[in-house]
Write a protein that binds this ligand. Structure first.
Ligand code: MIC
Ligand code: SF4
Length: 643
């Protein structure tokens, strides 16, 4: 049987284990990427582990999330990140240089490489045929130090694309269609690998859009083969030397298969508040809009910006809405300014934002109360826009642009609108002058901290008996945006765990932090796909800081599960899901001899002291992970194993 491209690349990088789905593997990491909102913790942990210099081929630190500087906090973080990068051998990409995933694709990504990034949309690199995986900052810090990245070996979901997209239908609709069919947990445990004749018509940035939003499937990562289009893209970026052709074997049998005829797709839209609530745009057409935003790491490429500018040319957006544009990178912004596209957008009434995440993470541009906002982004979770009762819809950049003109969600095909022709240039405007290279002499660099950058105190080891109250019971598909919200108000405290802990679970239950502090310890009960979404390790770290010792859920999203282990929270799963129904908030649960039970096997007896019954929970931790949880987290474990 032939091999998938995913397994070929994994095999090339395998340092521990075997490619048997579900068993733990360790892989060597070539590139790492961090962004500022997760990066400060990652570098503090890198420093705490005592590494002298990064051991990867390439590590890049991007500043793109926390860029509103309405106090000293974010600016201090940027300065810390610049200096720490200089000292330890990391390339620094300052604010204004672009969104990490778009910039890495343009300037560094290369077929066949592995990359670990402290951001869940790191899989964007799959557009270039990389295995690019999102992880918590601590895992990225270990990878920067040269340590392997451990994960359960994923299965491979093949997505066979045939045919060709019609006008007004784009890469965004391909991934929305996959989400429609598979749901936000349909990729858990899989690498999604695209193949088939349909890929020929997709450019590298189209492919990157698809891989980017594969994160919303819960997939480990997504990837495309490296072919003539890849070569062309790399040549246009003056990096043809990085090209190597790569593909799966013809007789590959994927663990599961999805087939999509691109020619049959229509423009799609995800309705509030989940990226898999996907319907044909015609079904949502007519919905009046208060805001439209284009850009982000999903749809901030030159192709998307050119499409938006061409659609807006000679038009003006509706006076009833606000229209924002955040180009994906400095390269994109420079090119649209040089070719006049930017002027077309400005003339049409666009509000031009920095090349950063911006409204996608609620860093400004929160919509009005109860607004309906259409965005070319990847996530529409409740409250993420910064306005709790806003309704966020997701669609392609072109659907956003035409809808902005009409003032309502619009199906351009039904309306008989002409799709403008867009031509991509042979050569991109390559300008690496904004990157800051690491210092040749690390001793000459002074790492600069700030009052809001608070170093982590070590956590205690796991208790022998866990006895604590259920402080919260949640439903299925809880996201890390629920657990540890972001937005302009909270993000500045990403380097200050004591402070950011005040906001844990704010969207779900604002009394949670105070109750947890009072109780001193606690357990959380959750539904399925718990912790989907962002890679933010703060969703593990801050609850642990508040005393959460264990979680019992119907199932976890991959990155969040790893983050819980990394910070010493025991991730248990209900063996029998009906036990979820029997537990109530306020019940006291007891796990006698927790360490012994977790070590002895994968079943753990939990006693509900309040209701007086016992039930069984299971864990799927590897031996290494058991040792990490018992040690009270990965930092303790690393210190211990390194003596
Ligand atoms: C996101 O899109 O949710 C973020 C903000 O980029 C996060 C990272 C973070 O929370 O800092 C992600 O996707 O991992
Ligand atoms: Fe930034 Fe949004 Fe992309 Fe996250 S999803 S990296 S916040 S643009």
């Amino acid at each position: 049987m032939g091999k998938s491209l995913a397994y070929k690349i994994l095999e090339d990088h395998l340092v521990e284990g075997a490619l048997t789905p579900g068993s733990e593997i360790g892989i060597r990491i070539d590139h790492t990427l961090t962004q500022d909102a997760t990066g400060t913790m990652a570098y503090l942990q890198f420093e705490a582990m005592g590494f002298e210099r990064v051991a990867t081929e390439l590590s890049v630190s991007y500043v793109d999330h926390n860029t509103l500087q309405s106090g000293f906090e974010n600016a201090d973080d940027h300065r810390y990140l610049r200096t720490v990068a200089g000292k330890y051998g990391v390339v620094f990409s300052p604010p204004g240089n672009g969104i990490c995933h778009q910039v890495h694709l343009e300037r560094f990504g290369a077929p066949g490489k592995t990359m670990l990034g402290s951001d869940s949309h790191t899989p964007t690199g799959g557009g270039l045929g990389m295995i690019a995986i999102g992880a918590g900052g601590l895992d990225v810090a270990v990878a920067m130090g040269g340590g392997p990245f451990y994960m359960p070996c994923p299965k491979v979901l093949g997505v066979k694309l045939t045919g060709r997209l019609r006008p007004w239908v784009s890469a965004k609709d391909v991934i929305l269609e996959v989400l429609r069919r598979r749901s936000v947990k349909g990729g858990v445990g899989f690498i999604v690998e695209y193949f088939g004749s349909g890929i020929e018509s997709l450019t590298v940035t189209d492919r990157a859009t698809i891989c980017n939003m594969g994160a919303e499937l819960g997939a480990t990562t997504s990837l495309f083969p490296s072919d003539e289009n890849t070569r062309k893209f790399l040549a246009a970026q003056e990096r043809e030397d990085d090209y190597r052709p790569l593909a799966a074997d013809d007789d590959t049998e994927y663990h599961e298969l999805v087939e999509i005829d691109l020619g049959e797709l229509v423009p799609l839209v995800a309705l509030p508040h989940m990226p898999d609530k996907v319907v044909a745009v015609s079904e949502a057409a007519g919905r009046k809009l208060d805001q439209v935003c284009v850009g982000s790491c999903t749809n901030g490429s030159l192709r998307d910006m050119l499409a938006v500018a061409a659609i807006l040319e000679g038009e003006h957006v509706a006076s009833t809405l606000s229209f924002t544009v955040s180009p994906g990178s400095k390269q994109v912004l420079k090119m649209i300014s040089l070719d006049g596209s930017l002027a077309k957008m400005v003339a049409a009434g666009a509000r031009i934002l920095e090349s950063t995440c911006g409204p996608c993470i609620g860093m400004g541009q929160s919509p009005p109360s109860a607004a309906h906002t259409l965005r070319s982004f990847n996530r529409n979770f409740l409250g993420r826009s910064g306005t709790k009762d806003a309704n966020v819809y997701l669609a392609s950049a072109e659907i956003c642009a035409i809808s902005a003109i009409k003032g309502e969600i619009c199906d351009p095909i039904v309306g008989g609108e002409q799709f403008p022709e867009i031509t991509l240039p042979e050569r991109f405007n390559v300008d690496d002058t904004s990157f800051v290279k690491p210092a040749d002499d690390p001793s000459a660099v002074e790492v600069m901290y700030g009052p809001n950058i608070v170093k982590l105190e070590p956590f205690s080891e796991m208790a022998d008996t866990i006895r604590a109250e259920v402080l919260l019971k949640t439903e299925d598909n809880i996201t890390t945006d629920h657990i540890m919200p972001a937005g302009a108000r909270i993000l500045p405290f990403r380097s200050n765990i004591p402070r950011i802990s005040d906001f844990v679970y704010e969207v779900v239950d604002p009394t949670f932090p105070e109750r947890a502090r009072k109780a001193g310890r606690g357990i959380i009960v959750g539904g399925d796909n718990y912790g989907q979404g962002s890679s933010r390790e703060h969703a593990g770290l801050a609850p642990r800081y508040l005393g959460i010792e264990a979680k019992i859920t119907k199932g976890y999203a991959r990155i969040h599960r790893a983050n819980l282990v990394n910070f010493g929270i025991l991730p248990l799963i209900f063996k029998d899901e009906t036990d979820y129904d029997r537990i109530e908030k306020g019940d006291v649960l007891v796990i006698e001899n927790a360490r012994g039970q977790v070590k002895a096997g994968n079943e753990v007896t939990v006693r509900n002291e309040t209701k007086d019954y016992e039930f069984t929970a299971v864990h799927d931790l590897s031996e290494r992970e058991v040792a990490i949880v018992i040690a009270g987290g990965k930092l303790n474990y690393t210190r211990k194993t390194a003596g």
